[in-house]
Write a protein that binds this ligand. Structure first.
Ligand code: ATP
Ligand code: MG
Ligand code: FE
Length: 331
């Protein structure tokens, strides 16, 4: 089957065509990051307008690159949530229009299911598995016993990992989005500041990053008061060390408790080089197969939505034409 995927939940307008849930024929991603940069974050109304301007061109480009026409498409998979409501509505409306006009199935996809299924574009999934989802809005450990089944073992109680990266970057006066900037800076520094690790209760798989974020802000503020300046690269390295240590420890506790054969990494923060490196080393030690998508499939893209949508297509899990964007959709 050929699934056309559409993703507009935040600030990437993306359309892709995926064959049989595993082969990417095209994956066009138009990022608005340059537009939002000067505001220091995504401005929802600006994002929606930009999606409206580009969506038809992006869909056409995805078809052209795949050398297909809408006649060849089996179904349309679109992100229905979570995300910015105005942004989601653009993709959902476009998908509904195409599905209605062509008389083909419409499939509403959960954005996080998409991030997880980015892995299936790299390697076939082997169940049961655990996925560590680390993105701009989510930090979750998810257990999957089969396709389409998502059990949340733990999640953040406050900030998401990516959100913490972006906020700490901002306090270091780094441009948006801050994650890649901190990643880069951390390589030049030493993790010599003892920032806290939020382990929470002994058996909890939940996360918390707001205490860490406050600790970084306090350290910068206190140094400032003393008329000193902390080296930004050491702050970045120390912050990153705390985030990575907690993510990796909790993930491997879950891997051993649930006895899974595969570990999938998902979400924009999966692009983080320190996190990837730590997971690669630990997986080798513990003998679990780790799947890490390439950077382009970690951040928002429509191929991952088409990949997740393919499973729903095969299960006959279709949406009606009254499908709506749902900002706070749960998995
Ligand atoms: P969600 O998927 O939860 O709705 P989102 O789609 O906005 O949120 P993604 O696009 O998956 O999030 O990821 C974006 C986040 O990833 C940003 O917070 C960004 O700073 C972070 N990020 C990207 N690259 C890196 C990196 N190398 N290191 C750390 N964080 C990174
Ligand atoms: Mg984005
Ligand atoms: Fe995302």
């Amino acid at each position: 089957c050929y699934i056309l995927g559409i993703e507009t939940s935040c600030d990437e307008t993306s359309a892709a065509i995926v064959k049989d849930g595993t082969v990417i024929l095209s994956n066009i991603v138009s990022s608005q990051v340059e537009i939002h940069k000067r505001f220091g974050g995504v401005v929802p109304e600006v994002a929606s307008r930009r999606h409206v301007e580009s969506i038809t061109y992006i869909v056409q480009e995805a078809l052209d690159e795949a050398k297909l026409t809408l006649d060849d498409i089996s179904a349309i998979a679109v992100t229905r949530g979570p995300g910015l409501v105005g942004a989601l509505l653009v993709g959902v409306s476009a998908a509904k229009a195409i599905a209605f006009a062509r008389g083909i199935p419409l499939i509403g996809v959960h954005h996080i299911a998409g991030h997880i299924y980015a892995n299936r574009l790299i390697k076939e999934m082997r169940f049961p598995l655990i996925s560590l989802v680390v993105s701009g809005g989510h930090t979750e450990l998810i257990y999957m016993r089969e396709h389409g089944s998502f059990e949340i073992l733990g999640q953040t109680r406050d900030d998401a990992a990516g959100e913490a990266y972006d906020k700490v970057a901002r306090s270091l006066n780094l441009p948006y989005p801050g994650g890649p900037q901190i990643d880069r800076l951390a390589h030049q520094g030493t993790a010599n500041i003892p920032f806290p690790r939020a382990w929470l209760e002994a058996n909890s798989y939940d996360f918390s990053f707001s205490g860490l974020k406050s600790a970084v802000l306090n350290a910068l503020h206190n140094a400032d008061q003393r008329g000193e300046q902390l080296a930004a690269e050491n702050v970045a390295a120390s912050f990153q060390a705390s985030v990575v240590e907690v993510l990796v420890e909790k993930t491997f506790r879950a891997v051993s408790e649930y006895g899974v054969s595969q570990l999938l990494l998902a979400g924009g923060v999966a692009a983080n080089s320190a996190l990837r490196q730590a997971l690669i080393e630990r997986s080798a030690q513990e003998g679990v197969e780790l799947v890490v998508p390439p950077l382009k499939l970690c951040t928002d893209n429509a191929a991952m939505i088409a990949a997740a949508g393919t499973i729903q297509y095969q299960q006959g899990d279709f949406s009606d034409l009254d499908l709506n964007g749902t900002p706070g959709l749960s998995l």
